[in-house]
Design a protein. Structure first.
Length: 340
């Protein structure tokens, strides 16, 4: 009965509006959307052909009159109109039945984004049908999602490796004590693989192929158990089809620079952290979350470099959304985590 009343009055939606993927959560239904942040657009008529998983299949396969667009870049909106269309599509898939009011939306954003970028997120969601929009910083959402005691006077440290940004933050008393945000994450790893293939093998591969190589062979430190992978592409010298056998070592070398950039952000954050908070972190460990956290051995590599225990969240792809949902469902308890 209570859920029926809530549905009529208006939904509450938590959203992880990510560079690579967009996830939506509703009270009572849990995670209802988990799809790529991609929109396929017919350029002559300026109409949307597909959104999400269906649109991702267009990447690298489109004729001249169709564009597969990723409207989010480095964790923020790069194309306002397309982002609004994407949010509208996902919200319409989420909300069914009759509603007296538009939905309240809680959206997570990277730390350190500008007021203009915040405004763009809010305006996109409002134009897509929200009646009110609240924002939560991604590291805070990740900490809430993992059940860390962010409201207490103890230090909590989070590394959230997403698609466009890596967020490293230390939190206490429902606030971020210090943070580093670098625009190096999963997408940068894919681009590093693309460039490595060109430089080492004179070969061009697609974005989806690069992502698959990262998933299958990507490591942050030697594993030595992964079989070689045959990767198809195009010879950049002759333009003919080409097949290359890649090993774990090849891909680890390709990922060396983005992994080092993440490690540097972690070390800068630790250096700025007060001794007492660092003592708490040493005792409890660092939380590692986000889709990029699935890179094999990344948790061990970070722990080795910084000398602190690192714990990979059991479901790192949804950590931020779970925390955003927790803030939405307990707005009075977590009121201080909203940044607008």
């Amino acid at each position: 009965m209570l859920n029926s009343i809530r549905n009529i009055i208006g939904q509450q939606i938590a959203m992880d509006l990510g560079t690579a993927n967009t996830l939506l959560y509703t009270r009572g239904n849990g995670i209802v959307i988990n799809e790529p942040s991609v929109v396929a657009l017919e350029t002559r008529k300026n109409t949307v052909l597909a959104v999400g998983r269906a649109a991702k299949d267009f990447v690298g396969r489109t004729p001249h009159n169709i564009r597969a667009i990723r409207p989010m870049k480095d964790g923020v909106i790069a194309d306002f109109d397309i982002t609004r269309e994407m949010i509208s599509y996902f919200v319409s898939k989420t909300i069914t039945g009759f509603h007296l009011f538009k939905p309240l939306m809680v959206i997570c954003v990277p730390t350190g984004i500008t007021q203009v970028e915040k405004r763009a997120v809010i305006d996109s969601a409002m134009d897509a049908g929200a009646r009110k929009v609240l924002l939560v910083e991604e590291p805070m959402a990740a900490a809430l999602g993992a059940g860390m005691p962010v409201c207490e006077s103890v230090g909590n440290m989070v590394i959230d490796v997403g698609g466009g940004t890596t967020e490293v933050a230390v939190m206490t008393l429902s606030a971020i004590a210090n943070a580093e945000s670098v625009r190096v994450a999963g997408d940068a790893m894919d681009q590093a693989i693309l460039q490595y293939m060109k430089d080492m093998f004179c070969m061009e591969i697609g974005e989806n192929t690069a992502e698959n190589v990262k998933i299958m062979l990507g490591t942050a430190m030697p594993i030595g158990e992964l079989p070689a992978m045959e990767v198809p592409g195009k010879d950049t010298l002759t333009g003919t089809p080409k097949l290359v056998s890649l090993t774990e070592g090849h891909v680890r070398e390709a990922l060396r620079e983005p992994v080092q950039a993440i490690l540097s952000a972690v070390m800068r954050t630790i250096e700025k952290t007060p001794t007492k908070l660092l003592g708490d972190i040493r005792e409890k460990g660092i939380l590692l979350a986000g889709g990029g956290a699935l890179l094999r051995g990344l948790d061990q590599r970070i722990s080795k470099e910084c000398g602190l225990p690192v714990m990979l969240d059991p479901d790192p792809l949804t950590t931020v959304l779970r925390g955003t949902a927790k803030a939405m469902e307990n707005k009075s308890l977590h009121s201080s985590v909203f940044i607008n």
